[in-house]
Design a protein around this ligand. Structure first.
Ligand code: ADP
Ligand code: ZN
Ligand code: ZN
Length: 739
């Protein structure tokens, strides 16, 4: 009898499948792709996903091991999910097994049963009456029955104490058949008929046009870029499209950036709908995540809302995908499987034949390019829905002005005027800590990180020097570690320093700092916003945490302390990110009656990109940035892949990349491809980081297909390079940053 061979994807970096023999017992049931299998691997066991069943293997008979156990009777992975993972692994040149690991809920890859958690639910029995004579003299039982009667979907056993329900009373009621117990999974049991829990707003003309366009694309793959200024009412358009989706009996998937996960955003969805909403983000625990995943897969969740990895949530009846703030950097995963959730979402929408809406006030140049070339429908909304005016953007040339805690004289004046008019000010500075560097005024010593080619930031509140790249920290020194003198000075300004100066300059007004350090404590952010919502004049100072998702209607002045980093950085995307950030911060201001003003301090007041942005707006900026990209042959006019390597010695990383580069050249000599260039290897812009030396090799291609042909031939070779054992290497397809 010939063997039945299971080809299994294992969570290993190796880009191949692993063959195992099926045991006779496993053959008693149909074996289908997607079933999880436990197998011996080296000295331990691993859980993998069955990909293929074949009758032949190249593994010699004495090496072929039997699989240990099948974990599923049927595949827990729907075919659409399977297909998306296959596509992802191929496109990002990543091991299929590891792709499954990233895409699946933790508990599934650890072998947990693919079943929703069951719980006991207590219900009032149909016809049970509070007037029942058997409980006339049992006030606690009456009370319990009354509480249950108020919960038509039943009360989960785990919530009894929260509702002050006494188990003994319930048992007595159960004995009298006045209550019933049902065992089922969590979440409301049935779909609602009336989806709206709250009336909808009447869409304005721009919103209606956008809505109609997407609505007419229902039932098939239609990608749209919804480019609407902040406050133009994009969320209202999403909500109404979701309602249409629910009415059609379908499910909607909404991706939001990690930083937008404020209660404000979620509350808008929860308040609007009588619907079962599955949440999938980093704060959701493993068990709840699995339940949400299963509910979505089985059509028991109507709306799925989550961050990046929620893209992989299967849906039984997919109807619509929405990517909010599509330009946001958090959609790109920067470790392991380096996927871009926005790009994969478009692929998924195509595979599942549903419309997809990419929404943003500041679309990525990639998405704009796709709109310009006709791949995406472009929907624009240029007016704020509430009638508020767009803020004015002003450049403030600080070339010859002294900066006090990062703040120039004219800016101080503008802040004073705003506060005295009873309004609020937002000061934006994308740098945490007190100052980016500590300098010895005697000998010139600088606070370099011992593990990185970078400076450690001065954190005055905690009296520490901290490296923002590797996390290394040490006590803030009192005297110079090099010359022992005590004249140490912080150079430049971070949010702590700006806060200190603002407190001195404006002692009569509250100054509230918002950054990762100030909001580490839970609820601090909420308390802070409470203060701001009350509307008294105050100053908010902070990092990009301020820029997203929150509305500050009483803010009429936004000050951007330093925008220049984005204009002379070596990273070709820096200016795009800077423009997006400025507009996102600007979008917080003046949402109601008062028009807002944005003052941008800069040493590069005549820089064409900054001039375009402030005088003509984001689309003009994007045109200008786009022509620069075209001239330089950079994305979206070319396609990139970045091979990174890091090692304990610099020559190891570069040596590996030299060999990889030679391999690519040899492959290209054999299979010539048009328009491919290999750039490097070169040391990374920050060569040493966390004690390792880093180098990179960039592949630039004019054709996506040619790039992928090279990658699939090349990666097989790279995996076999002996020098690869001494380095950590990774391939990043469509890298977002080149560091
Ligand atoms: P965006 O998502 O584009 O930033 P929002 O959907 O948050 O915009 O809308 C901004 C504000 O305008 C919100 O307070 C919202 O309630 C209000 N709004 C949106 N659409 C309308 C409308 N059609 N009529 C009146 N107000 C609206
Ligand atoms: Zn010194
Ligand atoms: Zn460091």
């Amino acid at each position: 009898m010939s063997d039945v061979i299971l080809r299994i994807a294992l969570p290993s970096p190796l880009r191949r499948l692993f063959d195992y023999k099926a045991t006779p017992r496993m053959l008693q049931q149909p074996l289908t792709p997607g079933m999880r299998v436990r197998v011996p691997f080296g000295r331990r066991e691993m859980i993998g996903v069955l990909v293929q069943v074949v009758d032949h293997t190249d593994v010699p008979a004495d090496k072929l091991k039997p699989a240990s156990a099948l974990l599923d009777d049927t595949s827990p992975l729907p075919p659409a999910f399977f297909r998306l993972c296959l596509w992802t692994a191929q496109y990002y040149q990543h091991s299929l097994g590891d792709t499954f690991s990233w895409a699946l809920p933790n508990l599934l890859r650890q072998g947990e049963a693919a079943e929703a958690r069951q719980e006991r639910f207590w219900h009032a029995a149909p016809g049970a009456s509070l007037e029942d004579p058997r409980i006339a003299r049992a006030p606690r039982q009456r009370e319990a029955l009354q509480t249950l009667a108020q919960h038509p979907h039943g009360v989960a056993h785990s919530l009894l104490s929260k509702l002050k329900l006494n188990k003994d009373s319930l048992d007595l009621l159960l004995a009298k058949a006045l209550v019933q117990v049902e065992v089922r999974s969590h979440g409301p049991a049935r779909r609602h008929e009336h989806w709206l829990a709250q009336p909808e707003l009447a869409l304005n003309e721009e919103q209606q046009a956008a809505f109609d366009a997407v609505r007419s694309g229902f039932g098939a793959f239609h990608p749209f870029l919804l480019a609407g200024v902040t406050g133009s009412g994009k969320t209202e358009v999403y909500l109404q499209l979701i309602r249409e989706t629910l009415e059609a009996g379908k499910q909607a998937l909404v991706l939001i950036p990690e930083i937008n996960l404020g209660p404000q955003t979620l509350a808008r969805f929860e308040q609007r709908f009588n619907a079962r909403i599955a949440l999938l983000h980093s704060a959701v625990n493993d068990r709840d995540r699995l339940d949400a995943w299963l509910a979505a897969r089985d059509g028991e969740a109507d709306i799925i809302i989550g961050t990046r990895s929620a893209l992989f949530t299967p849906m039984k009846h997919p109807g619509l995908i929405i990517i909010d703030e599509e330009h946001d950097g958090s959609y790109k995963q920067q470790e392991g499987l380096r996927y871009h959730a926005r790009d994969l979402a478009v692929v998924r929408a195509h595979q599942e034949q549903v419309p997809i809406v990419l929404g943003s006030a500041t679309p990525s140049l990639e998405s704009l390019h796709n709109a310009h070339t006709g791949r995406y429908g472009l929907l624009r909304m240029q007016h704020r829905a509430g009638g508020a005016k767009q803020p004015r953007l002003l450049r403030l040339d600080v070339r010859s002005l002294p900066l006090d805690g990062g703040i120039s004289g004219p800016l101080q004046q503008a802040i004073r005027q705003t506060l005295e008019a009873g309004q609020q000010v937002l000061v934006f500075l994308n740098r945490r800590g007190f100052a980016p560097t500590l300098l010895c005024h005697d000998c010139g010593w600088l606070s370099g990180c011992p593990r990185c080619d970078a400076r450690m930031t001065v954190h005055q509140r905690s009296a520490m020097l901290r490296c923002h790249h590797c996390g290394y920290e040490e006590r803030l020194p009192h005297q110079c570690p090099q010359c022992d003198h005590v004249d140490l000075r912080p150079v430049g300004a971070g949010t702590e320093r700006a806060e200190d100066r603002l407190k001195v300059l404006f002692p009569d007004f509250p100054v509230l700092r918002v950054d990762r350090d100030s909001t580490a404590r839970k609820d601090a952010m909420q308390a802070l916003f409470g203060t701001v919502q009350r509307g008294q004049p105050c100053i908010l100072v902070g990092t990009q945490m301020l820029a997203k998702g929150h509305h500050f209607p009483r803010v009429t002045l936004v000050a951007v302390l330093n925008a220049d980093g984005g204009l002379f950085s070596g990273d070709f995307r820096a200016s795009e990110h800077m423009a997006q950030l400025i507009l996102q911060v600007a979008g917080r201001a003046g949402r109601a009656e008062e028009p807002g003003k944005v003052i941008i301090q800069t040493h590069l007041a005549e820089h064409p990109l900054l001039v375009q942005l402030t005088e003509q707006g984001y689309f003009a900026f994007a045109d200008q940035a786009m022509s620069e990209r075209r001239a330089a042959g950079l994305p979206p006019f070319s396609h990139l892949a970045l091979l990174r390597a890091e090692a304990h010695k610099p020559e190891q990383a570069e040596g590996f990349l030299d060999q990889a580069c030679a391999g690519a050249e040899a492959w290209l000599a054999e299979f010539p491809q048009p328009g491919i260039e290999l750039l490097g290897p070169v040391p990374a812009p920050m060569e040493r980081r966390a004690g390792r030396f880093r180098a990179q090799l960039l592949v630039q291609a004019s054709s996506r297909a040619a790039l992928h042909r090279l990658l699939s031939g090349w990666l097989v070779q790279i995996e076999q390079l002996p020098s690869g054992r001494q380095v950590r290497w990774s391939l990043d397809v469509d890298p977002v940053d080149l560091h």
